[in-house]
Ligand binder design. Structure first.
Ligand code: TEU
Ligand code: CA
Length: 539
């Protein structure tokens, strides 16, 4: 498979409202991001995936867009966006915009028109069903609670929404909708954006009458049209968000012929600590051996015929160091170990803001401190269903999306240097201990470890090209694998637990060059210390 320009790049995700506030209103903004570009450039990343900054009533923090071609005043202006693209470009950093194409906001002009009458030219931009009040077209449920159908009395029709009531689904069956979308994307491409992340793109081809949400029959036909009409006109980096992807499907999405996307986010590993048929809030432990086998499956199946994205975190997921690491006595070791294991694999690594600092989950004392629509709905639902408050909070502490959304911790000044005003969501009180300023100045920090991993990827082809082989498959503590090209071989070895781990690896590796190691003192053969991780290379 011919190498693509983006294959050795590293992407950093910014959740704009929580990154850096510049004007004291407590909400992060574009000028704030611009002021932190040097920080990102120093880290060594190549692209920024920017969560949505378009005009939005913010029902779902910008994933409900009311104007795709303007910036919400809360975040700045179109000029600020152009300046961000230009300033990032000066530092060799591309901007990846977040496209939410499955739904718009109910405050989008299209939807306001659509609601006026059945023969309004925009009516067919959305998904409607005739009906009777109180008798839903079917049983389908929306992601953020309640039915997926909302009654509009003036039209005597229901509209379909897979997410909140304020996120009506767009009707991709309508060629006019698709054309509007392509024109809008071309307009952004013209502004010099370097790529796109496509929100819940596997749900655009829904067929509600058949209960189909993800992976509808027309999905790939439409994605290929979308790609042909837009991305392929420039050499962009594109990544689809696809909760329903299997390796089989991901090979289509990331076909090296470029007919769909560069790659997709797949979520199988993220769902391993959730039992089938249960919700993510019903906590269950991570089956570690399954995790290894799952990664190995994706690494093997996409090798040479697709491309993986590598991530532990995003704005919807809890902080990885709290989730599968240890955010107490081994925060530093486990954060570095998790980074090692992920960055050693084949694919494009995504770092979520604060991950490089080892930022942790947050535990607010009660629900009034939380902001996320998903968490708030779930809380109400579970209270009604008879759960105890403490029990629900335990789920929120483990899985709530606000864990990832507390403000970026820049230094030990008020609000962690995020804002002079009152932050829209409270800063994690551990900012005195965990912050960028401290991390940058400590040579042994998590930040500097990430920096080194990013650099290693650029310097050693085996990171991007090597073939993956899982070692010690059934070992209950150790995650180990090799990556091999014709010239080089590297070996990633990690203890995933807080207990010493006897390591039955060929000792010869220990005589090879050590690329990176999360402990300062040499490993004494035979046993890995808690969360100990390293990468050896044989040239
Ligand atoms: O997320 C897709 C999605 O399905 C999420 O609702 C996910 O299931 C949930 O967060 C896991 O608990 C995307 C965006 O990343 C998310 O922020 C949006 O809320 C959602 O789409 C709707 O646009
Ligand atoms: Ca602001």
């Amino acid at each position: 498979m011919a190498k693509k320009w983006w294959q050795d790049k590293v992407v950093y995700q910014i959740y704009p409202r929580s990154f850096q506030d510049s004007n004291g209103d407590g909400i992060g903004d574009l000028p704030g991001i611009i002021s932190r570009l040097d920080y990102l450039s120093d880290l060594g990343i190549d692209a920024i995936w920017l969560s949505p900054v378009y005009c939005s009533p913010q029902d779902d923090n910008g994933y409900d867009i009311s104007d795709y071609q303007d910036i919400d005043p809360m975040f700045g202006s179109l000029e600020d966006m152009e300046r961000l693209i230009a300033e990032a470009d000066k530092r060799g950093i591309k901007i990846i915009m977040d496209l939410v194409l499955n739904h718009s906001s109910d405050e989008h002009r299209w939807f306001r028109e659509a609601k006026k009458s059945k023969d309004n030219p925009y009516h067919d931009y959305y998904v409607w069903r005739d009906g009777e009040e109180g008798i839903l077209p079917n049983e389908m449920r929306a992601s953020f609670g309640g039915p997926a159908w909302e009654w509009v009395p003036e039209l005597e029709q229901y509209y379909f929404h897979q997410f909140s009531v304020k996120q009506p689904d767009l009707n991709w069956e309508n060629p006019k909708v698709r054309q509007e979308i392509y024109d809008m994307i071309l307009w952004w491409m013209d502004k010099g954006v370097g790529g796109f992340r496509l929100d819940v793109i596997d749900q655009i081809a829904k067929e509600p009458d058949r209960g189909i949400t993800a992976n509808g029959p027309k999905l790939h036909k439409w994605i290929q049209e979308l790609s042909r009409e837009t991305f392929q006109k420039a050499d962009l980096i594109t990544v689809g968000e696809t909760w329903g992807a299997t390796p089989e499907i991901a090979k289509l999405y990331s076909n090296p012929d470029g007919s769909e996307f560069s790659m997709v986010f797949q979520f199988e590993h993220v769902m391993l600590d959730q039992e089938p048929g249960k919700e993510k809030w019903d906590l269950s432990p991570l089956p570690f051996v399954e995790l290894k086998k799952n990664f190995a499956k994706w690494q093997k199946e996409l090798y040479g015929c697709g491309w993986n994205s590598l991530f532990w975190n995003n704005h919807d997921l809890p902080r990885i160091v709290s989730r599968w690491g240890n955010d107490k006595e081994y925060r530093k070791e486990s954060a570095k170990m998790l980074a090692t294991v992920l960055h050693g694999m084949q694919g494009t690594p995504y770092i979520y803001q604060g991950e490089e600092l080892g930022m942790t989950n947050v535990r607010f004392p009660d629900i009034t401190h939380y902001r996320d629509i998903e968490t708030l709905h779930m809380y109400e639902e579970r209270l009604e269903a008879g759960y105890k408050k403490e029990e629900i909070l335990r789920s929120v502490y483990a899985k709530g999306r606000d864990n990832a959304r507390t403000p970026m911790q820049w230094d030990d000044s008020k609000n962690g240097g995020f804002t002079d005003g009152t932050p829209w969501i409270e800063v994690n009180p551990n900012y005195l201990e965990i912050n960028a300023k401290k991390e940058i100045s400590d040579a042994d920090s998590i930040y500097n470890y990430y920096k080194k991993l990013i650099k290693l990827r650029k310097e050693n082809m085996v990171f991007t090209q090597g073939e993956f082989q899982l070692l010690l498959e059934e070992d209950p503590q150790i995650f180990a694998y090799t990556r091999t090209t014709g010239e080089e071989m590297m070996c990633v070895i990690a203890n995933f637990t807080d207990k010493p781990a006897p390591c039955r690896l060929p000792e010869t590796w220990q005589k090879k060059e050590l690329l990176i190691h999360n402990y300062n003192t040499e490993n004494i053969g035979g046993v890995l210390r808690p969360y100990e991780a390293m990468i050896y290379i044989d040239r």
